[in-house]
Design a binder for this molecule. Sequence first.
Ligand code: ADP
Ligand code: ASP
Ligand code: MG
Length: 403
Amino acid sequence: MALIVQKYGGSSVADIEKIKYVAKKIVETKRKGNKVVVVVSAMGKTTDNLISLAKQIMPNPPEKELDLLLSTGEIVSVALLCMAIELYGEQAEGFPGYLAGIKTDAFYTKARIQKIEPSKILEEIEKDKIVVVAGFQGISPENSITTLGRGGSDLTAIALAGAIKADKCEIYTDVEGVFTADPNKVPNAKLISIISYDELLEMASSGAKVMQSRAVEFAKKYKIPFIVKSTFKETGGTMVKEIEFKEGAVVSSVAIDENQAKITIFNVPDKPGMAGKIFSALGEAGINVDVIVQNVGKENFADISFTVNINEMEKAKNIVEKVAKEIGAERVVADPDICKVSIIGIGMMNHPGVAGKMFTCLAKCGINIEMISTSEIKISCVIRKKDGQKALLELHKEFIEKS
Ligand code: ADP
Ligand code: ASP
Ligand code: MG
């Protein structure tokens, strides 16, 4: 007998037929003698639709109320899935995040889990029930509902698996696992059967939305192995765990992030403390900054550009405009028409020349690189959004298909 956490994403529960199919699968797992805790996302595009309702009230809805609204999507799925499980003859107990003991900080719309008190879940499991928990949500210290950032049901599943010391954590989705690139964008993408936390983390933070990056970060920190597999096809999937580096492919995947925007502050006084002021103000507002570039100063002024998630572009621009005034910078421009393409691979650590090959590949397609950032196992380039898809295909050809 094993204690198993299964997570079903939005596309796996997009309609009643799919909810019934998922319920059957869960019941089968239980009847094989396992104890099952299920984490479920909102049906299909529910979260996007709720966001658009809020935006019809005001373009930047208050985040606390937005979280209250968004949390309802997952609760609908929990209730329906419990009903379907009971239809197939097993008992189910459904929990919204706050009743499942998921305690977070108060950073609404991207709260971090601070601790999980799983006693209620474990009590119900002991009563031989299937427990269904709403993904993507928790409760703040002031007892308000929070959400965990887009894709946050992955984090709920991983964190719960850690908290209840599950024997297995299975993430079910609409593709067969983690591929060398998004299989919906690159037809020649190949399934990866086993991948390290580090590589998947870089992929996820480069736009491969198959797993939420915070969820992978959590799994790495607490050493929680998990498997990503298809809800609808019986295939092996991708095992994600700590793996020793062996000589192999230099680049294991390519990714694109089309949800980035670039902000440039022109003519920042070129003296100590300026960047500190700008990025501290963004940090205090909870805005994650990704690629940062500062031009070489000219006549005591320099330009600073950085990227943020496109949903935070306006908020970031407003904050930076205030700081720019204070420090005497000239003006701030926000540009939503960019994207970021990345190549990722542990093998890169021991291989010089990868960056040159990437830049040449983009140049051959006539694609201009606007910003570059690197880590030990990743190289990213910010380019025009219209060039993104071509860049992705060409990089996959160059680094995955040819090797
Ligand atoms: P869920 O609703 O199950 O959470 P998501 O839509 O969040 O599913 O994530 C699955 C999607 O991730 C796939 O449909 C695919 O288009 C996308 N994706 C992006 N990059 C990759 C990749 N490297 N491997 C697999 N899927 C990827
Ligand atoms: N429903 C949420 C979202 O769309 C959480 C998730 O799907 O994991 O982002
Ligand atoms: Mg997801």
